[in-house]
Design a protein around this ligand. Structure first.
Ligand code: PXP
Length: 251
């Protein structure tokens, strides 16, 4: 079991607020700097086809001005591949993208879409970018990710986050099973989507996870208590859950 669980802070929704006015404030790069100071291990930003939040210039500035590893979330399109190859971020997470969706709905179909995805994974891996695939916690998707040669998978935690009192344990079990299988297959396993103070603990305790990516909740909480304190509290909840899980294992 890994002692440390990395926290990637997704700053997309700082850009959402900025874009609501079409001016420069609030600046997502300033948020990335604050996230670094508050203990984030990486910055995640999703450059969408419709540029609804993060812009091309944001990606350029994040690449040039932020020392933390950048995880570029992107759809598997020619345009995004060219941008990834130009900036060579530390990591690129391939996500499904639909124009009319409010947020990323469900994981990538790495199994059904393998023929389309292969070239994107190959080219970015060859360029030294750590490629991950954002998938649902399903064995068939993990197998596909491994066959495609992606070194990392990110498990979509949306079903867990949205589950009611009767179903959240089943969803948590799916995540636990998938994370264990990923490790058996030699895949580094991350998770994210919809995580909050209330639901992060059981996910952080999953021993095979190496990184959580969290955005919307942190930016929302920042309105009430500041970004620094939201990130620090999330970090400490993650660390506490991981330490307790480690303690239970060695006891
Ligand atoms: N991971 C991936 C791949 C995402 O696309 C997103 C945003 O939808 C997140 C993590 C973060 O999700 P949230 O903003 O709900 O924390």
């Amino acid at each position: 079991m890994s002692k440390t669980l990395r926290l990637g802070v997704n700053i997309d929704h700082v850009a959402t607020i900025r874009n609501a006015r079409g001016i420069a404030h609030p600046d997502p790069i300033r948020a990335a700097r604050m996230a670094a100071e508050a203990g984030a291990d990486g910055i995640t930003a999703h450059l969408r086809e419709d540029r609804r939040h993060i812009s091309d210039e944001d990606i350029e500035r994040l690449s040039d001005q932020i020392d933390l590893p950048l995880n570029l979330e992107m759809a598997a399109t020619e345009e995004m591949l060219a941008i990834a190859l130009q900036h060579r971020p530390h990591a690129a997470c391939i996500v499904p993208e639909k124009r009319l969706e409010v947020t990323t709905e469900g994981g990538l179909d790495a199994h059904g879409g393998a023929n389309h995805l292969r070239r994107y994974v190959d080219e970015m891996v060859q360029a030294g970018i750590r490629v991950s695939l954002f998938i649902d916690p399903e064995p068939v998707q993990l197998q596909a990710a491994r066959h495609l040669g992606a070194p990392v998978v990110e498990l979509h935690t949306g079903c867990y986050a949205e589950a009611g009192p009767d179903t959240w344990k089943v969803e948590l079990e799916r995540l636990c099973g998938a994370a264990a299988l990923a490790e058996d297959m030699g895949l580094e396993c991350h998770a994210g989507h919809g995580l909050s103070y209330d639901n992060v603990g059981p996910v952080a305790a999953i021993p095979n996870l190496k990184e959580l990516n969290i955005g919307h909740f942190l930016v929302g909480e920042a309105i009430f208590g500041g970004l620094d304190s939201a990130i620090k509290r999330m970090r400490s909840l993650m660390d506490k859950a991981r330490a307790e899980a480690l303690g239970n294992r060695s006891a």
